[in-house]
Design a protein around this ligand. Structure first.
Ligand SMILES: *Cc1c(COP(=O)(O)O)cnc(C)c1O
Length: 427
């Protein structure tokens, strides 16, 4: 640890070149002031520009009807192209490798139709133990759909590190032991519970060496960490856009298909929006996929859901991912340093300490168990300090560089200190 915790938050905020981006967001109110909002890992805040962008689409619909497909301010027909460069920037991908469509779990299923092709010799999916429930359900149901048994053919890598995190050695050992039976490695970019970030390129290298296909669920990584999906070599990936991508509840998901699969003849579920664009409106009977990730689209895109994504991605482009990551590392290091220096008897940090093994989130286990943890969490909410609670005893705090301040962190620390002072709940 360095002496970061001794620097006043006001000074760090004054030195923050990205500070003005906070004004681009609507910060929820708490009494006469603002919340200290640390829940961007669950639902990112609303960019100010979203309301106007939505009204524009409503106005175009009202004024132009079907003609807005071609003559709206942002014509609907090619609308998904308006988010393409922004998504490619977020994903570290070529523009043709990404597309905005559907929702996350739907995209995982859709992409597994093409990229999970189990055989009797190689039926299994490798994933982390304790994955987000939707991912567990999706994997198990895919295995069952193909006539295999999740009890033997969903293989989970157990945490092997003290705080419940997973070492690369454990992943490698699982691949050494089971690799010949594994059809698909499905891995998180950032684990939702522990906040652990993984080396996607290394996982891909190890898994490909065993002949496995590799997909990533980037729900907690997209907009949190700079990604390099193309260079990672991963076969496919998907993420949601309502967490760090600030695009609103249920926002359109993003999907990545590596360029080497651009004209893949793997089986896929088809819809008219994935059809070759030049001949789509000839309405012919034969499906001819358009090259790239676009070829996995099913339906014409939901414009009212894409509009917020367009606004939000624009903020990421303007701020720049390297600058955001630099601030993010500092914000999270500040939170970590304050917890270690001032709250060692109250909170234990679950998330890895090395910056390359985490994004912005710190998962904080409350010492003293569930009831203490709940009491602290409820106290924080009453103070307008919003993290989120994970059973049985973890509070997740995610300072995000686009709208959080160092002052938010010090407000959190001070509140926990007050709650845990000798007269308070923790004896
Ligand atoms: C948030 C999250 C989901 C949510 O899935 P939806 O289909 O968007 O509801 C799924 N998986 C992971 C890992 C998540 O973090």
């Amino acid at each position: 640890m360095n002496d970061l915790h001794t620097i006043p938050a006001e000074r760090l905020d004054a030195d923050d070149a990205l500070a003005s981006f906070r004004d681009q967001f609507l910060i929820p109110r708490h009494g006469d002031g603002e919340q200290a909002y640390f829940c961007g890992n669950s639902l990112g805040l609303q960019p100010r520009g979203v309301r106007e962008a939505l009204l524009q689409e409503l106005d175009d619909w009202a004024a132009l009807g079907v003609e807005a497909h071609f003559h709206g301010k942002h014509p609907w027909m090619p609308y998904h192209n308006e988010v393409r460069d922004g998504l490619a920037h977020i994903a570290g991908a070529e523009p043709s490798e990404v597309v905005a469509m559907n929702s996350l779990t739907a995209n995982l299923h859709l992409l597994m139709v093409s990229f999970y092709r189990p055989t009797a010799q190689r039926p299994a999916i490798l994933m982390e133990a304790g994955a987000f429930p939707s991912d567990q359900y999706a994997m198990a149901s895919q295995v069952r759909f193909h006539g295999f048994d999740p009890a033997t053919d969903v293989i989970e890598v157990q945490p092997d590190e003290a705080n419940g995190t997973i070492s690369m050695a454990a992943i490698e050992a699982a691949l050494d032991q089971h690799g010949h039976r594994i059809a698909l490695v499905m891995w998180p970019g950032v684990q939702y519970r522990t906040g652990q970030a993984f080396d996607l390129k290394e996982i891909t290298r190890l898994a490909h060496a065993k002949g496995c296909v590799v997909g990533f669920d980037l729900a907690h990584a997209a907009g949190n960490l700079p990604l390099a999906l193309h260079d990672s070599g991963a076969d496919f990936a998907a993420w949601c856009s309502y967490k760090y991508l600030n695009s609103g509840p249920g926002a359109v998901s993003g999907a990545f298909v590596h360029a080497r699969h651009a004209t893949s003849d793997r089986p896929r579920f088809a819809g008219w929006w994935g059809h070759d664009q030049a001949s789509r409106f000839r309405m012919g009977p034969q499906f001819q996929p358009t090259p790239g990730a676009d070829g996995w689209q099913l339906s014409n895109p939901p414009i009212l859901a894409l509009a917020p994504l367009r606004v939000s991605l624009d903020l990421f482009s303007r701020a720049g991912l390297p600058a955001l990551r630099a601030k993010s590392e500092k914000l999270t290091a500040y939170l970590e340093a304050q917890v270690l220096a001032r709250l060692p008897n109250v909170l234990e940090i679950v998330t890895p300490t090395q910056p390359e093994r985490r994004g912005c989130q710190l998962s904080l286990r409350v010492r003293g168990g569930r009831d203490q943890g709940r009491a602290l969490f409820d106290y924080l909410v009453a103070q307008g300090i919003v993290g989120d609670w994970r059973e049985p005893d973890v509070i997740r705090i995610s300072p995000v560089p686009l709208y959080n301040r160092f002052g938010d962190v010090s407000r959190f620390i001070a509140a926990v200190e007050t709650w845990s002072a000798p007269a308070g709940s923790v004896a």
